[in-house]
Design a protein around this ligand. Structure first.
Ligand SMILES: CSC[C@H]1O[C@H](OP(=O)(O)O)[C@H](O)[C@@H]1O
Ligand SMILES: Nc1ncnc2[nH]cnc12
Length: 269
């Protein structure tokens, strides 16, 4: 148990393994086991921030084995109420190539077998998920990107695949034909678990590749994802810093009310 606190959580994705200087590290006990790594606590842009690298700092957790429940639970127990989620994604739209920043507004779950709820026992709890992301967080991220001259793609649908393999060419073309615009492996169940804890959750997607939708070449590789991410990580870190400073702390969004009126089987941390 720790007495340390933070108000904003950042979950770093592939290639985003550190965020805070001058930090404290805490290991938070959760009913769901250990977090991906100890959580780093520090101050960024005048705000208390908790950072956890979703795959671990040595990228040892593959996307289907990330302790998503523990990560979100631990962040909330440290006081976090707003979560920023940088992530490397493939683009299903050739016009939005590597280096594009996207803030999707929809999600399609194509994963299977992942623990995707805290409400397994003790009574049914059904949260609304029509709009999976925090509207205030999204707007803050978009405004910050515009100000930093990184014109973002506003909206779009992130399809989350089970992985760890990348998509076949046929799958990629099928996703694009549905009108889905981005593909990743970690956006689910992270976003729904945040909603189930009444947290704000905002994705910040960095396009690293065009997936397998293009008809030539071998399709995306892990090396390509890491290379393009590394080329853009300083810019992304700086954007996350700006968003942290700009996030309104009053949370005038629906997220804090996602569990209103529900009979919860346990107290939220
Ligand atoms: C490193 S290649 C695929 C890997 O990258 C993305 O991770 P994250 O969302 O944590 O940035 C993708 O979802 C896969 O897990
Ligand atoms: N093409 C892709 N598919 C799934 N996850 C990704 N992460 C980065 N690029 C990806």
């Amino acid at each position: 148990m720790t007495t340390s606190t933070a108000e904003i959580g950042v979950i770093g994705g592939s290639g985003f393994y550190s965020f805070l200087d001058d930090l404290d590290e805490v290991q938070v006990e959760t009913p769901y086991g250990p977090t991906s790594d100890p959580i780093a606590l520090g101050t960024v842009a005048g705000r208390r921030v908790a950072f956890v690298p979703r795959h671990g700092r040595d990228h040892r957790h593959p996307p289907h084995k990330i302790p998503y429940q523990a990560n979100l639970w631990a962040l909330r127990s440290l006081g976090v109420r707003q979560v920023l989620a940088p992530s490397a994604v493939g683009s299903l739209t050739p016009a939005h190539g590597p280096g594009t920043l996207a803030v999707p507004d929809q999600l399609v779950d194509r994963t299977h077998g992942r623990d995707q709820t805290y409400y397994d026992d003790g009574g049914a709890v059904h949260v609304s998920f029509a709009d999976p992301y925090c509207p205030l967080g999204r707007q803050t991220a978009l405004d910050a990107a515009h100000k930093s001259d990184w014109q973002p793609v506003d909206g779009g649908t992130l399809v989350v695949i089970e992985g760890p393999r990348f998509s076949t060419r046929a799958e990629s073309q099928w996703y694009a034909a549905q009108g889905w615009t981005l593909v990743g492996m970690t956006g689910h169940p992270e976003a729904i678990l945040a909603r189930e804890l009444a947290l704000c959750y905002t994705p910040l997607c960095l396009v690293t590749d065009l997936d397998a939708g293009i008809t030539e070449g071998e399709g995306v590789t892990m090396d390509e994802v890491f290379r393009v991410f590394a080329e853009n990580v300083d810019r992304l870190r700086s954007l996350v810093t700006t968003v942290v400073g700009a996030l309104p702390s009053d949370r005038a969004c629906p997220c804090p009310h996602s569990l209103d009126g529900m009979n919860l089987p346990f107290r939220l941390p």
